[in-house]
Design a protein around this ligand. Sequence first.
Ligand SMILES: [Fe+2]
Ligand SMILES: [Fe+2]
Length: 319
Amino acid sequence: MHAEGRYLMTAFGTRAVLSELEATVEENLHRHLAAAEDWMPHEYVPWSQGQNFAGLGGEPWSAEQSRLSPATRAALELNLLTEDNLPSYHRELEHTFGHKGAWGTWVNRWTAEEARHASCIRDYLMVTRGVDPGALEHARMATMQAGFDSGYKPLLNVCAFVSFQELATRISHRNTGLYSDDPVAGRLLARIAMDENLHMVFYRNLVKAALEIAPSQTLRAITDEVVGFVMPGSVIPGFGRKAVQIANAGIYDLRIHHDDVIMPLVRHWQVFEIMGLDAEGERARQDLEAALETLNARATRFVEHRAQAKTERSPTQNG
Ligand SMILES: [Fe+2]
Ligand SMILES: [Fe+2]
C-alpha cells in the first residue's frame, strides 16, 4: 500500500483507537502516579560551588573552569537542549492525545515532570561552570525557535516513537552520568533516568494494548518508527558533531541504540510471536525484521570502525 493509502487508513482509525485505549491510559496513569516519586530538584545541585559571572562582578566563564571531559560536555549539552524543547513536545502530544480525560491528565502530568529535567541540569552546569553559559543560551534560543515538528504523526506512531524516545533518553542520561566521573552529575542523571524509565513504561504499555486492539496497524507503526527514528535533538545547532563525539565515547551509539533501546521493546511487545496479522501486518513484520538486521549490521560496523580508529590514534588524542 502506498503511503497516502496507509495514512488514510490510520487516520480513519485514530479516533477509534483513542477511545479504545482510554481505559488503558487511565489504568497506567494511576499506576504511574503511585510509582512516581515527588523528588526535589534543588537537592541535587551543588549550590556551594556557584559563583557570580561577570555581569554581577564575578569571573567570566572560561574553558579551564570546567572539570568535565569534552564528550561529557557534549552529552550534557545535547541532553539539556533536548529537554529544553519541551513546549514543542507538549504541543505535539496534546495535538494527538487531546486535553480531555485521562489522556489530557497524562499530557499535563508528563509535561510537569519533564520540566524538572532541564531546570536542574542547567542549575548543575551553571554552578559547576561545566559548559559555556553564553554558548548554551544561544543554542537554547536557536533550538526552541526551530521547535520540534514530527509532522503530526498518527496516534499509534506517536506511541511507538515516544516509547523508543523515552528509553533512549533514560539510557543517554544514565550513561552520561556514569561517564562524567562526577558523583554529583551521576546522582542527578540517574534520578532523571528513573523518570524517563517510568515514562517509557507508560507508553510501552499503551503500545502493548494497541497490539491487541489493532495488531497490524500497530506493527506498521512500530516498524515505521524503528526505520525512521530520529532523535528530537536533531534540531540543535551542532547536533551531528556532538552526536559523533558522544558515540565515539560510547555514551550513546548505534550498538546501544539497537541493543538497549530498540530490542528490549521489540522483545517486550513480542512482535514476532503475534498471531492473526493480516497481509499488511505480515508485511510490516517482515519490514521490521529486515530493518533490525540492517541496524544491527550498521552497529557492528560502527563499533569496528571506532576500535580501529582508536588503535590508529596516538594515546594523547584518545578520549
Ligand atoms: Fe526528560
Ligand atoms: Fe521522559
